[in-house]
Design a protein. Structure first.
Ligand code: GRF
Length: 214
């Protein structure tokens, strides 16, 4: 049976290399998705230009245009709803979303976080992993819940840390893995292999009790 493409909205704040990986996967037929919207809190985000280049609606929604955080969250929530997306994909989106927005998209919002969660929630993950002399670092794709970087993890890619790694070299290898696993997880959603059921993730018809690791 052929499924309809998954409608997705992508939120970016910066470079948008993960967005590009999703666009490339869809163009190559590896991801059955239709991009309904790319939005950014930063009008100068490279990700917006990537979206425009691909003929996708690109919208800047800077918090400074709104009287307060609640108004900005409400505007973003309306924008996402009106886009008709089935799934919201956070791809390097650097703002914390309000509780009502997160609740509205429960089980339908994914994030990529550059660490092996639950290790290193928050910022500067590569620096912290190096400081702790971790032999292995990596990146995680997870469902977004109200707890920052705390939602159920779906898939993680592990990256061996080299003795001569810098924050930059490690970040580069971690990102390369993100570009593989993020389109993969979005495709799992698109194909119906991955779903949110009874308040948690299910993969291939079974509760996903622990993240898959590659
Ligand atoms: C990624 O490394 C992601 O893990 C983190 O921000 C970075 C975004 O990169 N949340 P890009 O904008 O997709 O290039």
């Amino acid at each position: 049976m052929n499924r309809a493409p998954l409608g997705i909205a992508v939120l970016v704040s910066g470079h948008g290399s993960n967005l590009q990986a999703l666009l490339d996967a869809a163009a190559a037929g590896r991801l059955n998705a239709e991009f309904r919207l790319v939005a950014s809190d930063r009008p100068d985000a490279r990700g917006l230009a990537r979206a425009r280049d691909a003929g996708i609606r690109a919208v800047a929604i800077p918090p400074s245009d709104y009287p307060d955080r609640a108004a900005w969250n409400a505007a973003l929530e309306a924008l996402l709803r009106e886009s008709g997306a089935d799934l919201v994909v956070l791809a390097g989106f650097m703002r914390v979303l309000g509780a009502s927005l997160v609740a509205a998209w429960a089980g339908r919002m994914l994030n990529v976080h550059p660490s092996l969660l639950p290790l290193y929630r928050g910022l500067h993950t590569h620096r912290r992993a190096l400081k702790d002399r971790q032999p292995v670092h990596g990146t995680s794709i997870h469902f977004v819940t109200e707890e920052l970087d705390g939602g159920p993890v779906i898939l993680q890619a592990q990256v061996a840390v080299r003795p001569d790694d810098t924050e930059e070299s490690l970040a580069q290898r971690v990102q390369a893995r993100e570009h593989e696993i993020y389109p993969q997880v979005v495709e799992w959603m698109a194909s119906g292999r991955l779903e949110w059921r009874d308040g948690g993730p299910w993969l291939d018809g079974r509760p996903l009790d622990a993240p898959r690791r590659v």
